[in-house]
Design a protein around this ligand. Structure first.
Ligand code: UDP
Ligand code: MN
Length: 614
């Protein structure tokens, strides 16, 4: 070869080598940046707890190497499936069971158990993730997982479908074990049959059986006690995991073990088993009755629908948490019984004690939300364990904000003994957890605006029953259209009556359809007797003022007159007439009366008036 040609050749080679090195360096840098993009907290731990173990085991890895975890082969194989319910489509049976059988199954399970039996336990799900999720890479080296699933009398095929979906869609090297905790089910098929099935088809699953019904909190704790994986994933027994659901959760925990992650929860329809998204997602919250509520996504959450976002409160029992961190947080308070309040306790302490809670929208898990027909009774437990749990959580974590919860419940909490809280209070101290005010102002900063912590200031509310005609209730007689109100048979559901029988004697002293702007007043103003009509509420209008005397049980009209509401069962009407003692047709009972507020108001009345109404 000519000498100059040889020089050219070497120069070319060195250019190629140098570019290669630069490319590799850039690639590595990009991977690191990609990995770190998922986190805005600068405190990064690139030698996380689970990698220390793998290094000790001698496995070489680069802490930030990324990989596409999609299992393309099994996705392609699944995609050829055909049959009822496949691809998460709504199913209708050609030969449905008779309605009575259907009703019984529905009552037992809260969903269409008969249809569940017709759908393959390995069914294909639609991939409804944002497109960007399909290109996401996560750490090549991720922590191992113990899945904990408590169950009580779950329907066999729904339970088993949950397990298959987990095995089919979790990378085997990450799925260490599935721990099923049988919370004292009495269905026979959940005993030996399930043992045999699991042994044959789900070898990674083991079953722990509790000696009595202990509820889902204790059942989860019993499962965690036996778990050995780096990360715990809690699930219900009627779920289906979607494609690549696990890596997005584990990646975030690998970055920081104090990050707890929830997947997006999709809906498996309780009647048709159709699989669909709830909505674009939301942030979790609560109102001051401690009912779970949702807050809208923030603008910044919507920039990239594949990015995890901060969530104040987890929705329930579906989340992933580092096992180490779960124990450091004292697990669940073991004084919480059966169910209720546990997601608040854990969410509060995650945030207040130095962690954070994220929703990872690229991880999706379907859940059957049970229907209203479901009848769940816990034998031997008629005590109010839910409010007791709430009180434990409020006492330990909510500081002065607990009073909002207590005030709203009209005395319920005063009667409840929350039990010994020493261990929980010590933990809060030991972990130097922040105040509840910090949580409300920094994490759930829009909660108070969306759910104002106002006590229930109604003097009385709910159904208004006639004493003289005891099965009849005050009723709007249809939608409020400015006409006469009257009497109708009382709705069976006294706690949640229809809006036509749900009244409030409000703090403004009007009698209104509860939560609505329709008020009662005399049809014939100034007359000695008059029918009663429904009208727009006018704050401060003396013709819309009412008073309930809880001693005489009279519902008295207006500040000036001595008129009382009277039932006329013979024509299902009500009229205003001169109040008469010893006449049951003038007597009414409200389902809820706030005695304290009523008595306080009574004290403010002028003496003359007090004499009249007593
Ligand atoms: N569960 C349990 N013991 C109970 C109540 C529930 O083991 O006393 C299980 C139940 O089988 C399910 C999980 O706990 O797997 C969550 O319960 P559920 O689905 O009823 O709660 P929801 O989804 O309505 O919040
Ligand atoms: Mn559930």
């Amino acid at each position: 070869m000519h000498f100059t040609n040889l020089m050219c050749f070497f120069r070319l080679i060195s250019i190629i080598v140098i570019s290669g090195v630069i490319y590799l360096l850039m690639y590595q840098l990009n991977s690191i940046q990609d990995a770190l993009k998922l986190r805005d907290n600068p405190k990064i731990n690139i030698n996380p707890f689970w990698q220390r173990d793998s290094q000790r085991r001698g496995e070489s890895n680069s802490a930030t190497q990324l990989k596409d975890w999609h299992e393309l082969e099994s996705i392609a194989k699944e995609a050829t499936r055909k049959g009822i319910g496949e691809l998460g489509q709504a199913s209708k049976l050609d030969d449905p069971p008779d309605p009575e059988f259907h009703r019984i199954l529905s009552k037992q399970n809260g969903f269409n158990a008969f249809l569940s039996d017709q759908i393959s336990v390995n069914r294909l799900l639609p991939d409804i993730r944002s497109l960007g999720c399909k290109n996401k890479k996560y750490f090549a080296n991720l922590p191992s997982v113990s899945i904990v699933i408590p169950f009580n009398n779950e329907h066999f095929t729904a339970l088993v479908r949950s397990l298959h979906s987990l095995v089919n869609r979790s990378p085997p090297e990450l799925l260490r074990e599935i721990i099923l905790v049988d919370d004292y089910s009495d269905r026979t098929e959940l005993k030996r049959n399930l043992d045999r099935y699991v042994k044959a088809h789900i070898p990674k699953a083991k079953i722990i059986r509790l000696p009595q019904r202990m509820g889902l909190i204790a059942a989860r704790l019993a499962g965690v006690d036996k778990a050995v994986g780096d990360v715990l994933v809690f699930l219900d027994a009627h779920i289906e995991a979607n494609y690549n659901w696990l890596p997005p959760l584990l990646h975030l925990i690998a970055l920081d073990k104090r990050t707890v992650v929830c997947p997006m929860i999709d809906v498996i329809d309780d009647r048709t088993f159709e699989y669909s998204a709830q909505d674009e997602g939301a942030r979790g919250a609560f109102d001051w009755n401690f009912d779970y509520k949702r807050l809208p996504l923030l603008k910044s959450n919507k920039n990239d629908p594949t990015e995890p976002y901060e969530n104040p409160i987890m929705s329930g029992g579906i989340f992933a948490i580092s096992r180490e961190w779960f124990w450091e947080l004292g697990a669940y308070d073991d004084g919480l019984e059966i169910w209720g309040g546990e997601q608040y306790e854990l969410s509060f302490k995650i945030w207040m004690c130095g962690g954070r809670l994220l929703d990872a929208p690229c991880s999706r898990v379907g859940h059957i939300f049970r229907n209203a027909e479901w009848d769940d009774v816990i034998p031997g437990r008629d005590d109010d364990y839910v409010h007791r749990n709430f009180k434990r959580v409020a006492e330990v974590w909510m500081d002065d904000y607990k009073h909002y919860i207590y005030n709203k419940a009209n005395g319920t909490y005063e009667k409840i003994d929350a039990g010994n809280l020493t261990k929980q209070l010590e933990l809060r101290n030991k972990l130097h957890c922040k105040s509840f005010k910090w949580f409300i102002e920094n994490v759930a900063f829009d909660l108070v605006k969306m759910y104002p912590p106002k006590g229930n200031t109604d003097f009385a509310f709910g159904q208004v029953r006639s004493v003289g005609a005891s099965n009849l209730c005050l009723d709007t007689l249809g939608p409020p259209d400015y006409s006469f109100v009257g009497l109708r048979e009382c709705d069976h559901d006294t706690k949640f009556p229809s809006r036509y029988q749900d009244w409030a004697l409000s703090e403004d002293h009007d009698m209104r359809m509860r939560g609505e702007d329709y008020c009662l007043r005399a049809a014939d103003l100034g007359a000695q007797t008059s029918f009663v009509i429904i009208f727009d509420c006018h704050f401060g209008d003396p013709n819309q003022v009412w008073y309930y005397n809880r001693r005489t049980q009279w519902l008295m009209y207006s500040e000036h007159e001595d008129l009382c509401l009277k039932a006329m069962p013979e024509n299902k009407r009500v009229i205003l007439d001169a109040c008469k003692t010893n006449n049951a047709l003038f007597k009414w009972t409200f389902v809820h009366v706030n005695n304290v507020l009523l008595d306080q108001y009574f004290k403010t009345l002028p003496n003359k008036k007090k004499v009249k109404i007593n």
